[in-house]
Design a protein around this ligand. Sequence first.
Ligand code: KMH
Ligand code: ZN
Length: 307
Amino acid sequence: MDKFIVTAALTGAIHTPTMSPHLPITPDELAEEARRAYEAGAAVVHVHARNPETGQPSADSALFGEILAKIKDACDAIVCTTTGGGFGMTVEQRVAVVKTYSPELASLNAGSLNFALHPLLDKIRDFKHEWEPQYLAMSEDFIFPNTFKTLREFADFFAREDTKPEFEIYDVGMINNLSFLLNKAQIKKTVYLQFVLGILGGLPATVGNLVFLLNTARETFGDNFVWSVCAAGRAQLPMCTAALLMGGFTRVGLEDSLFLEKGKMAQSSAEQVEKVIRIARELGLEPATPDEARSILKLKGLDRINF
Ligand code: KMH
Ligand code: ZN
């Protein structure tokens, strides 16, 4: 039976509390969501921290530590911490979680883009918190900075901790950035690519674009890579299904979509995990356990994390 990895991206830094009452905010809510996603079949949970009072994406290292410890207590899923953080954080703040907690896996954004969320403003009239409309509005003029210098420094910090980078690829040129960044030995260790489709400022979520990304990755890394897909909003499940058909892995979760189907909000990332696994099983695919995912991704193991 072929195995595929399901990641649940629990909260992210895109959606704001007004957009869904189900978005986990506090460490306890994040741990509970991680447990539910794990029990539904996710091998990996991707984690951002949020200010427990306001729900704003947070770079607070102690808060991150509390979240990581609670998730570790709640379930056996692999924890993939963000180093994308939230808008306006410095690159030093974003990478601190790797230096401090030495996770098995963390996101590493493979290039800069105008990560634009401002169209979401039109959909909401009354926000719960003052920061929310400001946060969305500023993204119209915000370059999410991942310069070559940042990539080099992040890659060094990851290498020091032996934290596996999950490279976030928003556009095809970012694969070329990685071919510049990575040496042969790093590529031999299996490059892990997360294709992030449908972000305004990046590639639209289409099967054609996914094929383009995959072909470019093959030309760049040969067989030395594995890949996953996530997609924003209503493209989430169709693009994950396309990934399954093409031999890829899938990321679902409320970070990327707040819905389970048209007009129906997801109460938990776990519902999206269940749904993608249901589809996969119809195709003869089984979700990998965390230990199977560790072996596929060549992770260092739980005994070498610092939380
Ligand atoms: N926070 C977004 C700007 C990641 O986790 O590394 C990008 C993001 C990716 O969420
Ligand atoms: Zn993220």
